[in-house]
Design a binder for this molecule. Structure first.
Ligand SMILES: O=C(O)CCC(=O)C(=O)O
Ligand SMILES: [Fe+2]
Length: 203
């Protein structure tokens, strides 16, 4: 599995919580293959907003989910790598944490047009989150941007990150880790695709 060991990460910010926009976490060729082979079957609906997004498990509590057997080789390899000690270290390096002993979960996400995610900090069981975007082309007017927020106000924005292939966002959960996803514009012909990776406190 070819991943990029030294992700081309921008600065890690520590205010008002620890977050970073990371580029090149996955090798370019692999990222393009994953985007081209992004599955569209086997998802379940999730979320609480009017327009729901859908998710599909890749890794559950450090174990590759059985349903990945139906995915392409590139996606099966990604799932194995996400469940590996090498990935745990790479993820920990992004956010400056030792993730030893934490639970790792990963899932695929699809946001259809009209879908958004209201400001939230993630649940306290989360220790750190890494969201990798799988959209080869994304225009700013399509919305769907990740918003790093200063508060629970959706317009109190520190940074907007377009969900383009090769970009990802890593953050450490805290009571101040406010973030949101802008609404994917109604009428765009694409959906917003991502892989959501969590390190959680053991239950
Ligand atoms: O998709 C994103 O950019 C962020 C998703 C998120 O914050 C979440 O699912 O908790
Ligand atoms: Fe979140």
């Amino acid at each position: 599995m070819t991943t990029t060991a030294g992700a081309r990460s921008a600065a890690v910010h520590h205010e008002p919580f620890t977050w970073a926009v990371v580029t090149g976490f996955l090798d370019d060729e692999l990222a393009h293959r994953l985007a081209a082979e992004f599955p569209t079957e086997g998802f379940r609906v999730a979320g609480t907003s009017a327009k729901l997004f859908s998710v599909r498990s890749l890794v559950v509590a450090g174990t590759v989910h059985s349903s990945t057997a139906t995915l392409s080789p590139a996606w099966r390899d990604l799932a194995s790598w996400l469940a590996s000690p090498e990935h745990r270290r790479a993820f920990g390096d992004l956010v400056g944490l030792d993730l030893t002993g934490l639970r790792i979960d990963a899932s695929l996400c699809r946001y259809p047009p009209g879908c958004s995610l209201a400001p939230h900090t993630d649940r306290p069981v989360r220790r750190a989150t890494h969201v990798l975007y799988l959209n080869p082309l994304w225009r700013p007017e399509w919305g769907g941007e990740f918003r790093v927020l200063r508060s629970d106000d959706v317009d109190d924005v520190i940074e907007r990150v377009l969900p383009t292939l090769g970009t990802s966002v890593a953050m450490v959960r805290s009571d101040r880790s406010w973030h949101a996803v802008g609404e994917v514009a109604a009428g765009v012909a694409v959906e917003r695709r991502s892989v959501l990776v969590h390190a959680s406190w053991p239950e």
